[in-house]
Design a protein around this ligand. Structure first.
Ligand code: IMP
Length: 203
């Protein structure tokens, strides 16, 4: 079964393609289908934003559309930047400028605990929806470490693996990440949906 990813983020595409292929879903990006819309994230929750993005791309493509809305919640900042993670610091910043700004907002702060959250939403033609969520607990490092990944990966440290996301292999990150957990929960709901509709995913 073919899904379209409602995102322009190549990092999300790589991670989600690897995980979804394990359960028979082929993922193409909206850019690969020539759908260049940029959906404004006007929702107040990750779930609302994930549904907004998936629904808009489903309407353009008439394919089941899947999206991820994710963000970083830092305890010492009362859960910020949260749904504003992608826009933290304003428009036009690079990923590195954003994570360096977050580091500087925690200067002198010893409570470094943080949580990466992901909500996956899928909207099918006909408007049925599935949503699922996942969380990865960690800490904000004192300095960036590692070269891989995207976004805030160099500063998000996972104590269980003693590495930042940017120091992990793709397999390591997929064994602990918020997005991988949300996709595992999504898989359960999706298989239930397919059972009810008598859909075979490899068709
Ligand atoms: P979204 O595209 O609105 O979901 O934005 C999510 C924000 O969180 C962007 O700034 C991403 O770079 C960041 N983000 C989401 N997931 C990850 C991740 O796995 N690693 C690093 N940054 C992430």
């Amino acid at each position: 079964m073919k899904f379209v990813l409602a995102s322009h983020n190549p990092g999300k595409l790589t991670e989600m393609r690897a995980i979804l292929s394990e359960f028979g879903v082929e993922l193409v990006s909206q850019d690969e289908l020539g759908v260049h819309i940029d959906v404004e994230e006007t929702g107040e929750t990750f779930r609302e934003n994930a549904l907004l993005k998936a629904r808009a791309v489903m309407e353009q493509t008439q394919l089941p559309a899947i999206s991820d809305d994710s963000g970083l919640m830092v305890d010492a900042l009362n859960g910020a930047p949260g749904v504003y993670t992608a826009r933290y610091g304003g428009e036009g910043l690079t990923d590195e400028q954003r994570y360096r700004l977050l580091l500087s907002s925690l200067t002198g702060q010893t409570n470094r605990t943080a949580h990466f959250y992901s909500c996956i939403a899928c909207v099918f033609p006909g408007n049925e929806t599935i949503t699922a969520q996942g969380v990865c607990d960690g800490t904000i490092a004192f300095a960036p470490m590692g070269q891989d990944g995207f976004g805030y990966d160099p500063i998000f440290f996972v104590p269980a693996l003693r590495k930042t996301f940017a120091q992990m292999t793709a397999e390591e990150k997929n064994s602990v990440s918020h997005r991988a957990k949300a996709l595992a929960a999504f898989r359960v709901e999706f298989e239930k949906y397919c059972g009810e509709k008598n859909i075979h995913v490899d068709e």
